[in-house]
Ligand binder design. Structure first.
Ligand SMILES: NC(=O)c1ccc[n+]([C@@H]2O[C@H](COP(=O)([O-])OP(=O)(O)OC[C@H]3O[C@@H](n4cnc5c(N)ncnc54)[C@H](OP(=O)(O)O)[C@@H]3O)[C@@H](O)[C@H]2O)c1
Length: 287
């Protein structure tokens, strides 16, 4: 482990905070020395995961006994970021020598305005990855895209630190963040939701879950590969592309008899698919 680097305080060492903390500890550009979580036990567990001489706290106020913070990474849930920045400022934990950044995909660095008012350089860095399993991700972090935004003086320190982790750093404007993150939500969360709809249809058809997964897996994989290589408009096949509108109506009605939410999802996705195909929606209700 490297022994030199800029001291890093992590406020919110959950999935993202502990993963990045461990990676920073290994590369040494930023050196974790303090963790603040809501619970002391959780902070201590994160400190053990990160390794090194990391102090664990359950209150930002405890940091007031230490020096001003050099770099602060806020990896709390998004809803806590503004309040955390305000508390850092109120406690005079940051000044014009500090860098404060958060890891939210949708929020930009203006969420850290309270710290900027104290003179701190602020930024946001969003790693575009799923942090469900930190122990696995630390082995596979190289190549992860990290979207950065914020003050140049903050990014001058943060970008090299993330590049040292193997990240592929891309700069975004503050105004682009919400839309950028909406794309990530579609690619991850809503893709999961669509696949769950497919599995529930097979369950309604009486097909066992493990068979449905095995059966649909090749279709899912080739559909994703085709969408990536040729785009949805060229890759789309199936009843809407073939204009088998009666079949579309029959599927909707049968779903509606079994599961109203699933039928509504089918109709919404049919509308969006028709929009992509540039055709009329056979399920659209007349006004
Ligand atoms: N999860 C992902 O895949 C992912 C990917 C990219 C970016 N992000 C972003 O990364 C950030 C963190 O997400 P996450 O998934 O790592 O969240 P998480 O696993 O829920 O962890 C959040 C951590 O914040 C701590 N915390 C909550 N409120 C706090 C407060 N007021 N003061 C201090 N600590 C507090 C919690 O402490 P306790 O453990 O004591 O409750 C917990 O350790 C979010 O901005 C999120 O949008 C997430």
């Amino acid at each position: 482990m490297a022994t030199e680097g800029v001291p890093l305080t992590i406020v919110g060492a959950g999935a993202v905070g502990r993963t990045l903390g461990r990676l920073f500890a290994e590369t040494g550009h930023l050196v974790p020395f303090a963790i603040v979580n809501r619970s002391r036990a959780s902070a201590a567990s994160a400190a053990r995961f990160i390794t090194g001489a990391v102090e664990a706290y359950d209150d930002l106020g405890a940091l007031a006994r230490t020096q001003r913070q050099a770099v602060v990474m806020i990896a709390t849930p998004d809803r806590e970021i503004v309040a955390t920045a305000q508390k850092l400022a109120q406690l005079r934990l940051v000044d014009d020598t500090s860098i404060v950044f958060h890891c939210s995909g949708a929020l930009d660095s203006s969420a850290l305005a309270a710290c900027a008012a104290e003179g701190a350089a602020t930024a946001s860095v969003h790693p575009l990855a799923t942090f469900a399993d930190p122990a696995t991700l630390i082995e596979r972090f190289a190549g992860v895209f990290c979207m950065t935004e914020g003050m140049p003086s903050a990014l001058a320190v943060l970008q090299p630190a993330f590049v040292a982790l193997g990240a592929r750093v891309i700069a975004l404007s503050a105004s682009a963040k919400v839309l950028y993150h909406a794309g990530a939500v579609f690619a991850s969360n809503y893709l999961q939701a669509v696949l769950e709809a497919a599995f529930r249809c097979e369950a309604l058809a009486g097909i066992e879950a493990h068979v449905a997964r095995d059966m649909l897996a090749p279709l899912i994989r080739v559909s994703v590969a085709n969408a990536l290589s040729m785009g949805a408009r060229n890759a789309l096949t199936g009843p809407l592309a073939r204009r088998d509108d009666e079949l579309v109506k029959l599927q909707f009605e049968r779903l509606a008899q079994n599961d109203g939410a699933l039928a509504a999802c089918y109709a919404d996705l049919a509308a969006w698919t028709c929009h992509i195909l540039g055709r009329n929606d056979p399920l659209a209700r007349s006004p």
